[in-house]
Design a protein around this ligand. Structure first.
Ligand SMILES: O=C(O)[C@H](O)[C@@H](O)[C@H](O)[C@H](O)CO
Ligand SMILES: [Zn+2]
Length: 299
């Protein structure tokens, strides 16, 4: 039996850290700090963090096959050129909803960039409901809206056989599944595969492991949970010393380590005494299961 170890490996004070993505080619962890409008790349060899400040909240980042990155910035899908310190707009969404912004996003197994929206929060978890939608940016840069009426569009990933799309609308307290058509990118037949228990709080970011099980970061729950989407059972709980755990990804050697982001915003001064590492990047080792590499956007 391997023993699970949890460590704050980067003492950032992210207001809302999110979207961890392992970049194997540079041995780096990408992540964002949404309200700080920052895209960050932490190089694990040099131990340096490179930060890029954009002009709107950055809610997710992904690798791009052509080089550089793509990110969701405010209500725009953007291409990011780190050398130039610039972001160029690929597509804009929710133009009729001035108070909306993108939230979590991820690239599908065919290289399309999925990301959803939400109304801007006035405080964590406080926002106008049902304003969000789920979108997909295709390789030719056209965008399709899949559905609306979303509260907080969040974690997403695909099954290993690429036939299922997993999705979280946070305030539904449910992890959902759809049938997935890899050829067209179409989704259908929505159902719930897991309902969160009360102390697990709010489901946020999510990733799949190499055994097809889902890992969900629980906002306010201070944990990541491992779920079997086929049986609907929780298999494992890993608690962290911070409450506002927001997302997770596998990375490091052979994708054997898990990286977890979290938020500092919304914790009162007393709470911060109990969780001084809030907003940092955590590494979990000894899980005994690996992840899979992130896919690049192919447009
Ligand atoms: O991290 C995110 O996905 C959102 O942008 C956050 O704001 C939280 O999820 C939300 O506050 C939870 O209720
Ligand atoms: Zn999130």
């Amino acid at each position: 039996m391997s023993s699970v170890t949890i460590e704050c490996v980067l003492p950032e004070h992210c207001r809302c850290g999110e979207s961890p993505v392992w970049e194997e080619a540079s041995n780096s962890l990408l992540f964002v700090d949404i309200p700080s409008k920052k895209l960050c790349r932490w190089d694990l060899l040099s131990k340096q963090v490179h930060r890029l400040t954009l002009d709107a909240p950055v809610s997710s980042v992904a690798l791009r096959q052509a080089g550089g990155y793509v990110a969701t910035v405010g209500t725009k899908f953007c291409a990011v050129d780190w050398e130039d310190q610039s972001a160029s707009v690929l597509a804009t969404i929710d133009e009729d909803k001035k108070n909306n912004r993108f939230n979590d996003g991820k690239v599908d197994p065919a290289g399309r960039y999925f990301a959803g929206t939400m109304a801007e929060e006035t405080a964590p978890g406080v926002l106008e409901r049902r304003q969000g939608s789920l979108y997909c940016l295709f390789p030719d840069h056209h965008v399709e809206k899949y559905f609306d009426q979303v509260d907080i569009s969040n974690g997403l990933d695909w099954s290993l056989d690429r036939k299922i799309f997993y999705y979280i609308d946070s305030l539904s307290y449910s992890v959902d599944a759809f049938d997935y058509d890899l050829q067209t990118g179409k989704i259908s037949n929505r159902r719930s595969v897991y309902k969160l228990e009360k102390d697990e709080q709010i489901p946020d970011g999510m990733c799949i492991d190499a055994e097809g099980k889902l890992w969900v970061a629980c906002y306010n729950g201070g944990r990541v949970i491992r779920l079997d989407p086929e049986t609907g059972k929780r298999l494992q709980t890993v608690k962290l010393p911070v409450d506002k755990t927001t997302s997770c990804c596998f990375g490091g050697k052979d994708y054997s380590e898990m990286y977890v982001t979290c938020a500092r915003e919304g914790i009162d001064p007393e709470g911060l005494l109990r969780q001084p590492e809030a907003g940092g990047i955590f590494k979990i080792t000894g899980l005994g299961v690996k992840g899979i590499p992130p896919r690049p956007y192919i447009g």
